[in-house]
Design a protein around this ligand. Sequence first.
Ligand code: GRF
Length: 221
Amino acid sequence: MNPSSCRLIVLLSGQGSNLQAIIDRINQGELAATICCVISDKKDAYGLTRAQQHGIPGQIIETSPGETRIDYDQRLASLIDDFQPDWIILAGFMRILSTGFVERYQGRLINIHPSLLPKYKGLNTHQRVLDAGETEHGASVHIVTPELDDGPVISQEKITIHPDDNAESLKQRIHRVEHQLFPASIKLLCSGRISYNKPALAIDDSDITTPLTLSHLAELV
Ligand code: GRF
């Protein structure tokens, strides 16, 4: 893949601070990619405003009353396919995706999750990490597979939990990590060096058995 032609679609439901981090890296010339469209399932998602501020097309696909998950995902896929993206980036998209949708984009659907996967899949990761008395927390970028937050992890960065941390402080600290980790991981994906041949994830021709850290990513791209 020619990095300068790397086409991204970003799906989100909320604030879009990760979208902003990706936009910033593109605008700084550090990430050679184009965000073709930002799609939200929530019409009031602030991420749509961020897209608009940067001249990126935004689309809202809300659930219709009585609509099945499969029908919603079909509408979503039809829109995505219009843009022919290389990568579909989930940046706080708060919907569970159907197996058919995930399989349609197998290996091209990427998510960021606020925990050190495989630990703490699902919601409320910061409070759950505190409740469990963990000393470390972090963020992970992974390939999406049909099981929630279960796909192979491309990259991961840890933080140490401080005695005075609470769920809100962890959320903010993890966000700062995500804003580094996600663009750097997308840059690697856009380099064309990552391949996913279920279940193996590889860089060049070597299997990734341990998630790449921010410092690995800085050396690679
Ligand atoms: C991030 O913490 C991400 O890990 C999770 O959803 C949150 C999205 O935050 N999947 P934002 O909308 O990018 O600010």
